[in-house]
Ligand binder design. Structure first.
Ligand code: SF4
Length: 347
């Protein structure tokens, strides 16, 4: 999807200090520790609900992304390539040059009220994390959730951010009148300060710790909002040992998650270059093995994907994922959660 409402005017994205876009976009920096080194480009978007191209083969048709770029900075994020459409790079620019659609809520209200809108489910968190750090300052999601609640429009949210708990009031209000589903993304959970914790800090440097994300899942399910876990991405030779899978699935079960969907790492353009440069830096011994697995394409071999999926399914049965989820006081979702599809940004 190109942003035909934005006209890049920058220098290719490396260190541009001036506003990058026409139409009165404003570039801002904030001198607080959480935002140091990040530039926000505030724009007024022309539309906010996006239709997913049929060729995408994802389990949702409509999405909403209030931001572009993500300070969660996951090394494997496949949304990286979308930054190149803005003449920014898919690497550090994606992590640090964040486009903010400041009129997202206002636009959404107008689009939901339009006679042509069919009340379809809207998936959020599929191409960018709506609850990345910028949301703490801009609070776009509060207006968005209020608009969806007022229109009784079904929606789902997928996130790695604990900030979603700030909006529990709006999420539960919306769940009284429409179908709301939530999911958190947790590819692996460490055991304290060990190797897994170091891996998290290295590959998902801007995110809350995986254990914290499971606490978020527990809080959501505890509030009667169904929350599933997207176990993604599973990183070959890094997080796929039987012990690592078992620990992660056990903790997912204990969080009260309503389900778990494993997704093995895939490496498409943009994510591929950035992830492999990280791998060469942090785990050079694995380069030949990754070359073998991903040398011919973006996906790990089918046999590997099947094996890992079967392992997770068996562990989920053993530990009873979904069995300890509290009774839900709100409406039951009528459709499978669109937040747990196969081709998300691996949030
Ligand atoms: S995977 Fe999700 S949380 Fe991570 S950088 Fe991409 S959009 Fe953000």
């Amino acid at each position: 999807m190109r942003w035909d409402n934005l006209r890049p005017t920058g220098d290719g994205g490396s260190g541009a200090a001036a506003p990058l876009f026409a139409r009165g976009a404003v570039a801002r920096t904030f001198d607080t520790p959480g935002f140091r080194g990040t530039t926000f480009y505030e724009i007024r978007a022309r539309s906010i609900i996006n239709r997913v191209p049929a060729a995408s083969h994802v389990p949702f048709e409509w999405t909403l992304n209030p931001y572009r770029g993500c300070t969660h900075a996951c090394g494997y994020c496949f949304a990286r390539n979308t930054h190149t459409y803005l003449d920014l790079d898919a690497g550090h620019d994606f992590d640090s040059k964040i486009v903010v659609k400041v009129n997202a809520a206002e636009l959404l209200r107008a689009e939901l009220a339009a006679p042509r809108w069919g009340g379809h489910p809207i998936a959020m968190g599929t191409n960018v994390d709506c609850y990345q750090r910028a949301e703490g300052r801009y609070e776009l999601m509060r207006g968005i959730l209020a608009a969806l609640r007022d229109a009784a429009n079904p929606f789902s949210v997928l996130t790695k951010g604990s900030l979603i708990l700030r909006d529990l009031d709006l999420l539960t209000q919306a769940a009284e009148v429409t179908d709301v589903s939530t999911a958190v993304s947790v590819g692996f959970v460490g055991d304290g300060d060990g190797e897994a914790a170091a891996l998290w800090r290295s590959i998902e440097p801007g995110t809350p710790a995986p254990a914290r994300r499971l606490e978020v899942c527990a809080a959501l399910t505890g509030a009667g909002l169904p929350c599933a876990v997207l176990m993604a991405p599973i990183l070959p030779y890094l997080t796929d040992s039987p012990a690592a899978l078992e620990r992660t699935v056990r903790l997912i079960a204990e969080s009260g998650a309503t389900g778990v969907t494993p997704i093995v790492l895939h490496l498409r353009t943009g994510a591929r270059e950035w992830f492999l440069s990280w791998l060469a830096r942090e785990h050079p011994r694995l380069i030949p093995r990754y070359r073998e697995m991903y040398g011919r394409g973006a996906y790990a071999p089918k046999s590997y994907q099947r094996r890992v999926t079967a392992q997770v399914a068996e562990l989920a049965r053993r530990y009873g994922v979904g069995r300890s989820a509290p009774a839900r006081p709100h409406r039951q979702a009528r459709r499978p959660s669109p937040a747990t599809g196969e081709q998300l940004s691996l949030m």
